[in-house]
Design a protein around this ligand. Structure first.
Ligand SMILES: [Cu+2]
Length: 560
């Protein structure tokens, strides 16, 4: 058996012999064709040739290294042009161009610093892209099996400095066709370190924010329309506040706490010409974040601001500390003062009527459901009209460790569930993931472990259960209901279960058992909404704790 392998291996060897030189040749060829390399080498000959062989080699090596760098940059550029290239290269070029415009073509310390800064940003961006590329296959596989769960890696940072981070969840339609219906919505999170200030900007998206933790001041600029009392409104915000930021409103925010991080979650309803896309526009900025004023021609800016070019360049060319910076104690005090003064009755709500766009204090209201197993706070569009702008509702559920939210489904809304503390898991029945093409009556169990920062999407009609892990913190979930107008939540077990309204005849016909037997099952659970969890055991069984294995289903066992 060994004999035939020999001709094969020598054939392979021959192939390699034939292949390797052309490969080497094509690389070397590229370099040989590089006129800059030729020039550089000639310079070495002239300048270093007389100083000895070693210096000459050294000099030539530098030339070659530079040539290789140019070559790899060329390749990089080509990669960038491929779909999904990311455009980091274009940004680098833009940045370098700005540097040259700023400091002139002449080589100097300022130009060098500026170029270096561009290079660093580029490297960061490439690293980010590479990280995204890693584990892509594994993730794809998981995503196909469960398109409803989003781990922390599904967020991308759009701003990150030592004082805070802004991250946005990937586009829903990019994850799965099954989520195309909510592609205009995006979920984002801001984490601002103590005393951090997020620069003024406006977005092409409607926004509802929810304060998960911490406190701060949000300020919105409305311009100086005639008749308006004040062209600015500021609001103190703290845990549990819901606030609408209208699309296009120039807004800034400061964490007023010296010790605590400010953590804000937000839903954006995009209004861009590109479905699901939104952009942040900075006017008051410099190089980072880039001020959009910098793209306008000098003569236009000079005319518009009635100011000389040098002054404009100074004002819109300084800032390069990023979109989140640190404010001083005094600055924070002043911004807070602005909020309490304006909170007293000034400010305007853009849609007239004198009604003010105040934060809605979700946690100050009475819980809609509450028992020893959990608490639920809800606000809908009737109570906070501003939610209409995004067709949204907001709720917060705090599930006691070891307890669960009863099986339920939403009639119209798609729920975006963001875990804010604690661990647990979510189980959902989904008919869409079934591989069986024919016959509509097969459901797939979608089950995800959830932990702080992870997201789960519950489409309308889908029966779902949320369980808090026992022995730890309570599981707290923030739910944004999308397309929420007229939504109703139907419970499928417990005292308020919709099934308990079945007529006897309908029940018997559907279940095929005597009504008494069915009734016993439907009436057995006496709690509502928040229930004892699977690990806490069942009631009325002689005090004995019965636990169910996590993946076990009674229905599976009965081969339903
Ligand atoms: Cu489904």
């Amino acid at each position: 058996m060994a004999a035939p392998a020999r001709p094969f291996s020598s054939l392979l060897f021959l192939c390699l012999l034939l292949l390797i030189p052309p490969l080497l040749f094509s690389f070397a060829e590229h370099l040989r064709e590089d006129p800059e390399l030729q020039q550089c080498r000639r310079r070495c000959q002239q300048e270093e040739g007389s100083r000895g062989e070693r210096q000459l080699r050294e000099c030539e090596r530098t030339c070659e290294e530079a040539a290789w760098r140019r070559q790899s940059e060329r390749e990089e550029r080509e990669r960038e042009r491929e779909p999904g290239g990311g455009g980091a290269w274009e940004k680098l070029q833009q940045c370098r161009k700005h540097c040259r415009e700023e400091h002139g073509e002449e080589e100097g310390p300022q130009l060098r610093r500026c170029q270096q800064w561009c290079q660093e940003r580029y490297r960061e961006e490439r690293e980010e892209q590479e990280r995204e590329g890693e584990g892509e296959g594994r993730r794809r596989e998981q995503e196909e099996r469960n398109p409803y769960y989003f781990g922390e890696e599904s967020f991308a940072h759009t701003a990150r400095t030592e004082h805070g981070r802004f991250k946005v969840l990937q586009k829903f339609s990019r994850r799965s066709e099954l989520l195309r219906g909510i592609e205009r919505y995006r979920l984002a999170v801001l984490e601002a370190e103590p005393s951090a200030f997020a620069l003024p900007s406006h977005w092409d998206a409607e926004e509802i924010l929810y304060v998960v933790k911490g406190r701060g001041v949000v300020t919105m600029l409305h311009g100086c329309e005639e008749g308006a009392e004040q062209g600015r409104e500021s609001h103190e915000i703290s845990e549990g506040d819901v606030l609408w930021v209208p699309a296009g409103t120039n807004t800034y925010l400061v964490n007023t706490d010296k010790n605590q991080r400010l953590h804000v979650a937000m839903v954006l309803k995009t209004i861009s010409t590109i479905p699901g896309e939104y952009r942040e526009f900075f006017g008051v900025g410099g190089r980072d974040p880039e001020s959009f004023f910098r793209v306008f021609s000098n003569e236009i800016l000079e005319a518009a601001f009635n100011t000389r070019r040098e002054k404009l360049e100074r004002v819109f060319g300084q800032h390069q500390q990023g979109a989140i910076v640190k404010a001083s104690e005094e600055q924070i005090r002043e911004m807070r003062r602005g909020a309490s003064e304006e909170g007293g009755g000034g400010g305007i709500w853009p849609f007239g009527g004198g009604e003010r766009n105040k934060p809605y204090k979700l946690l100050k209201k009475k819980p809609s459901h509450s028992n020893q197993h959990g608490r639920m706070y809800e606000v809908d569009q009737d109570e906070y009209k501003q939610l209409c702008e995004l067709d949204l509702d907001v709720s917060l559920a705090n599930v006691t460790a070891g307890s669960m939210i009863a099986p339920s489904y939403n009639s119209k809304a798609t729920k975006l569930v963001l875990v804010t503390s604690g661990d647990g898991y979510i189980e959902m029945a989904c008919p869409h993931l079934s591989r069986r093409q024919q016959g509509a009556d097969h459901y797939v169990k979608v089950r995800s472990k959830v932990s702080p920062g992870t997201v789960f999407v519950i489409p309308p009609g889908h029966p779902v259960v949320i369980v808090a892990a026992s022995g730890g913190e309570n599981l707290q979930v923030l739910c944004f209901g999308l397309h929420a107008r007229g939504n109703r939540k139907y419970f499928l077990a417990g005292k308020n279960s919709v099934l308990r309204n079945l007529q006897r005849e309908a029940g018997e016909l559907s279940l095929g058992v005597p009504w008494k037997e069915a009734k016993e099952v439907l009436d057995s659970q006496t709690e509502a909404v928040f229930l004892k969890g699977p690990e806490q055991g069942r009631k009325g069984e002689g005090g004995e704790r019965t636990t169910t294995l996590p993946e076990y289903s009674i229905l599976d066992a009965a081969s339903f």
